[in-house]
Design a binder for this molecule. Structure first.
Ligand SMILES: [Mn+2]
Length: 194
């Protein structure tokens, strides 16, 4: 049985739909209304191997911050829902992800405990994608997905490469950590959701 979820969220600021299948890959269906963010979400879909649909609209005439952060919330909810009780998952993964001069050291624990830590250089803006939303996106995502994520930038990097390496790193971490390798919940506590 495939692990899937469909999550919708509407507020006065944004409206989002995320659909995910952890056990099947399809061409990504991404339309966040922010082109560079679409490029990032395409990376997330492609390199995680998940079937992913993200549709978003919002008050981007004010700032793209709301929509990008809220996408993290809804993506996190969808992942949490698809993982259900997290039975049999690998749980942990770590990787150094390089993109030319950019290098991100990432580690994940699908632990049930929301935690994000990282030292990403957040100066600057790429076509309506302010880099300062990167940690906001990852924090919103980990809060809702109930997992621990560390993304550390090891070297100075071009902004586009840095953002893209971060999303690719998250994708590869998720791909490895959600794989099923057993039949029980990989925790001596007996739960990864509480
Ligand atoms: Mn690119």
């Amino acid at each position: 049985m495939h692990r899937t979820a469909l999550v919708k969220r509407q507020t006065a600021e944004t409206e989002l739909v995320v659909e995910i299948d952890l056990d099947e890959y399809n061409d990504p269906l991404i339309n966040s209304s922010i082109p560079f963010f679409d490029h990032m979400l395409d990376q997330l879909a492609k390199h995680s191997g998940f079937a992913l649909r993200v549709e978003g609209t919002g008050d981007t005439e004010i700032d793209t911050h709301h929509l990008i952060e809220d996408t993290g919330i809804v993506l996190g909810r969808a992942l949490n829902q698809a993982l259900d009780k997290r039975i049999g998952i690998v749980r942990y993964a770590s990787i150094n992800l390089v993109f030319d001069e950019a290098m991100i050291r990432g580690a994940i624990d699908i632990s049930g405990r929301p935690y994000f830590d990282g030292n990403l250089d957040v100066d600057g803006d790429i076509e309506g994608f302010p880099l300062e939303v990167l940690p906001e996106f990852f924090r919103a995502f980990t809060d809702q997905a109930k997992l621990t994520l560390h993304l550390d930038q090891l070297k100075p990097a071009n902004k586009h490469h840095l953002a893209e390496a971060s999303f690719k790193c998250l994708a590869k971490l998720l791909k490895a950590a959600v794989k099923i390798e057993g039949k029980d919940i990989p925790s001596t506590k007996g739960t990864l959701t509480d």
